[in-house]
Design a protein around this ligand. Structure first.
Ligand SMILES: Nc1ncnc2c1ncn2[C@@H]1O[C@H](COP(=O)(O)OP(=O)(O)OP(=O)(O)O)[C@@H](O)[C@H]1O
Length: 293
């Protein structure tokens, strides 16, 4: 079953582009990554999906329902916006209790558990919190009612690495308990760690939608070679070679193709050193983005 369905979704802000013809489905139980550079259209997609802004055309549903027509659907989900704004003079606990009052269950125990995990002082006033601590308030606020769907828009900005780690563990646990997660980010390594599938968005359009495991197993190799004589420049014209960089007697590039063919070419060289490894997702991602240009 699809928890999120987005069909031909377009949002124009006057004359400027928001998103164009976005299509994607998020299946129940998966952690789905939504990746793209600043201004690509991640927040616009999420806000349109949540019914916070009207689409120019197309549809978006959560649990089969449009958030515009069925605002009650929002009670089933936890949303962490990319920027959080609060009434500064409130205490954290009061704000969280107020948020919890929108749901039909007692969330007190979960608020305290989440605050403990995220190392958040519930007694402080929002005013006195740093940017990262305000983000933690947003995280607790988004998760306190144990939602079936968690939508996170750039959730880790402002969190230190230790907190990011704890946050990822928390999201994994929620996912194990059955929550579906939709996670937007411009940081590939975190998407790589957490997500099952990922959609790449660029200039308002989805340019690639793939399983993380496929991206990692797609036979891209990062090859670094050091030779005793001159680097044969013709390698860069071999089919499947990209990101070709020469530095003195060393060269490194990404290769996607028949390994036997490449090894035969390399075997002709007077090697000083060689390494063949997996490129990280960042490199594969850049490859897709460059190809689109
Ligand atoms: N309220 C608005 N009015 C006009 N243009 C907007 C508005 N909100 C977003 N845009 C434009 O829509 C495009 C997509 O923006 P969006 O905020 O969705 O991107 P994003 O991928 O979430 O980026 P970021 O990570 O920087 O928030 C951008 O070109 C942006 O300038």
């Amino acid at each position: 079953m699809n928890v999120i369905e987005i069909k031909n979704l377009t949002k124009q802000y006057g004359r400027s582009r928001g998103i164009i013809d976005v299509n994607l489905n998020v299946e129940q139980g998966e952690i789905f990554g939504f990746i793209g550079p600043n201004g690509a259209g991640k927040s616009t997609t999420i806000r349109t999906l949540l019914g916070l802004i009207h689409p120019t055309s197309g549809q978006a549903t959560i649990f089969g329902k449009s958030c515009f027509e069925h605002p009650e659907v929002r009670k089933e989900l936890g949303y962490l916006p990319s920027e959080v704004f609060y009434y500064d003079s409130m205490r954290v606990i009061d704000l969280l209790k107020y948020s919890a009052s929108f749901y039909k269950k007692d969330c007190t125990k979960r608020i305290h558990e989440l605050a403990e995990i995220m190392d958040l002082n519930l007694k402080k006033k929002i005013n006195d919190l740093s940017f990262g601590n305000k983000k933690k308030v947003g995280i607790v606020q988004g998760l306190l009612h144990e939602p079936k769907l968690i939508i996170l828009d750039e959730p880790t900005s402002g969190l230190d690495p230790l907190m990011q780690q704890k946050f990822f563990e928390l999201i994994r646990e929620e996912n194990k308990k059955g929550a579906t997660v939709f996670f937007s980010s411009h940081i590939l390594t975190e998407v790589q760690k957490l997500c099952d599938r990922v959609a790449f968005i660029k200039e308002g359009r989805i340019i690639k939608l793939e399983k993380i495991s496929t991206l990692q197993e797609n036979n891209y190799k990062r090859i670094s070679i050091e030779v005793k004589s001159k680097i044969p420049q013709e390698i860069q014209h071999v089919d499947g070679v990209s990101d070709f960089k020469v530095k003195g007697n060393a060269v490194n590039f990404i290769y996607r193709g028949n390994m036997n063919a490449m090894i035969k070419i390399i075997a002709e060289m007077d090697l000083a050193n060689i390494s063949i490894g997996e490129p990280d997702l960042e490199e594969i991602f850049m490859h897709y983005y460059e190809k689109e240009n």
